[in-house]
Design a protein. Sequence first.
Length: 383
Amino acid sequence: MRVLGRFMPIEFKGSDGYTLGVEEELHIVDATTGELVSKIEEIMARLPEDLKEAVSYELFQCVLEIKTPPCASVAEAEGILRELRSRVGSWAAACGTALASAGTHPFSRYQDQKITDQERYKLVVKTLRWVAQREVIFGQHVHVGVPNEEAVIEAHNRLSEQVPLLLALSSNSPFWQGIDTGYESTRVKIFETFPRAGLPPAFPDYEAFETYVDLMIEAGAMDDYTFCWWDVRPHSKIGTIELRALDSQTSLDSTAAFAAFTQCLVVRALSENARGPYNRLLTTENKFRAARHGLDATFYDAEKGANIPAKDAARALVDELRPVSQDLGCENELLDVLEIVESGAGGQRQRRVYEKSGDFLDVVAFLIEGTRPATVEASGEEQ
């Protein structure tokens, strides 16, 4: 049997402490029609220099990403995102547009969106064609710094097994091209058509991750590990574990809640004895239930031999993580997960708006309003 020739080890640049970084992909919509519009170039051209490092392009010109630097706490990350949503939103308004946040746009057609003119994105579209051309979706990514290769693989496995619950809580994409799809997270089903997307392999160690990446490079499937678009992945260049399973959140409170939830899960995982690879087969089934039913899903727990309602699982896990959140200073943000459990995930809230009027434009208005952060005065107090 041929042994794969190794190209080069993937150096993992570990992080000191459990630093946190958050990225949000936002809709750029016409301020009058609510349609997605290809205005990223115009907005980027207007942004002040101090904002440009925090704003990025994505595959489509109707998408704008805001991102924090590594932060010491959830509160710090939330404050930065609040400022970015507000300031970038003002510059978007100068272009006749507004920012909105959800996993999918309720009615705009993917066929009408323009690809961003950058080599990486042109390569993706050339390679994947229709699969990439319809990927007009929006996610929240959370990075947590971890110290070394062993730690990142344990965090990889423990976060992966929680993807169904995290997806159910964050589900915020029930509508697609003017229809109710019947899914709470349409976004994740669209993205799963990408190669090297969805739940990641259950790696036993870091070498197995490196071997996988080498195999894909040798096969001509990708240039480097950043073309692995899994729900969870080691991000070796910056020394983090990256959670990519979340729908973009309309409410900034929800964004912060999932940042806290993710950070607490990683810290707890690395404070306990390593448990090794996760059960990918069972997690795949539970993830489907999360995408389809959201917080109304039940997840099979093999240890208990029973199906557990997602809401019960969320309450129990938050309770387990409270001591960790107290040590990290993010207990209030973690407890906001319980507010989502009680009041509904973002997709459920979108549906309630649509049920009242039957007009998707009202849903977009709801998303715009919810994305705009509360006014912050010079004193720093919210009004």
